[in-house]
Design a protein around this ligand. Sequence first.
Ligand code: NAG
Ligand code: NAG
Ligand code: NAG
Length: 436
Amino acid sequence: MKYLVCVITALCIVSTIQLEEETTENSIAIKGTTDMGINNFGLNLLKTMMKQNENHNVVISPTGIAGLLAMTLLGSTGETYNEIAQLIGFSEDILKNRMYHEDFGTRLQSLNSKETMTLYANGLFVNRNTTLRQVYQTYLERVYKGEAFVTDFGDTDEAKTVINEWVKNHTQNRIENFLQQPLPISTKAVLLSALYYSGQWSHPFIPEYTKQLPFQTPTKEVLVDLMANFGQFNYVFSIENGLHMIQLPYNDSVTSMYVIKPRFPKTTTITELLNRLDFEKIDNLINQMSRKKCVIRFPKMELESKLDLKEALKALGAQSMFTPGVANFAVMLESDEAAKDTEDNLITRISAGDGESRTLKQMVDRLMNPGVHVDSVMHEVKMSVDEFGTEAVAATSALMARSAETFYADSPFYMFIRNENTKLVTFSAVVYDPTE
Ligand SMILES: *[C@@H]1O[C@H](CO)[C@@H](O)[C@H](O)[C@H]1NC(C)=O
Ligand SMILES: *[C@@H]1O[C@H](CO)[C@@H](O)[C@H](O)[C@H]1NC(C)=O
Ligand SMILES: *[C@@H]1O[C@H](CO)[C@@H](O)[C@H](O)[C@H]1NC(C)=O
């Protein structure tokens, strides 16, 4: 079976060598439930990346990235903690955050299912001479099922080999050479999250009708294989937002792709449209969908992307984790053997929820900074969309039926895949040119 989506996110923590000055930009506030916080984070990240790569496709896994940031949050303190918490819609209150972690961890684990062919995994590689705090490792294993491994980052080729093997193992061999270059020799820890999904349409496209047709990118016209489908689909047309949206379900009955397009692409660009949307609005639109007879054209495509999310995350307000001397991962890594007993005592109290939140936070903020910072956040995504599904293809003669809604994705659009049980957006993309 073909993959549909596979994603790897890796966050590389290196030891801090020198101090640099960094400026702080504005940050954003997110409120609501775990899935709403995560989905809004994903949309904000996508918009930021659209700005940084104007008129180029952007493909990301909001859930994969947020999963990794949640594991990072768990290990951080001080400003680093507050910024990451705000970014993914968690709280600054460490006791409240335990509920967010439990809730998010449960949702992530419930993505895993043999029937839907969804595999989600977290991993952590830590340098041989760096000590992971036991309390961190235990919590990570329990809540995020994050396996911890010890490796020698001094042997850069060996470290690269084992990480690439982990990635390959958790993407059904679809991503083979994730790290092309060895990691810096000063690497102390690498956090990884992998997400693999392989699905089939519940209403397959009709292969005989796939045709090369023009697709209007922002700058030119390209020829694209546009697939065709016809039938009853959930659809909404919003005059107020100047958009229409369609739901294309997968056959596992818990996963759907949603596609949003400007209703009048000549007067509204996809960028303008997305800038007016957040996930509360998108959720409302989903609730307004109703079954309509639809004629659909959608590109058959393979999307691939590999990039460093560092600049986008900084632009969204998560500056300090990247800033040497400011970044603080004191809950993840030990800095001083002598102080170990007291520190572990404090942390054990926190993980037992024993004490008053503000006092606990002050204690944690006093832990010795182990002097490491995040060097890069690498994100690789592969996705393929084709006609196939399991249902027998129904009579095709009615394809050009009258009185049907037409949804032709023949100019830039936004799409996302959502798990309906957890409401988490596992994958999202803005496509300017399917042939890119
Ligand atoms: C790492 O630890 C080993 C023993 O576990 C020791 O022999 C070695 O000198 C250490 N290396 C560094 C760079 O501290
Ligand atoms: C990858 O899978 C193989 C075979 O199951 C196993 O032997 C190996 O230890 C795994 N490697 C990692 C890094 O998970
Ligand atoms: C969905 O499609 C896959 C792949 O063909 C198939 O193995 C699975 O049984 C289908 N599931 C359902 C519920 O039809």
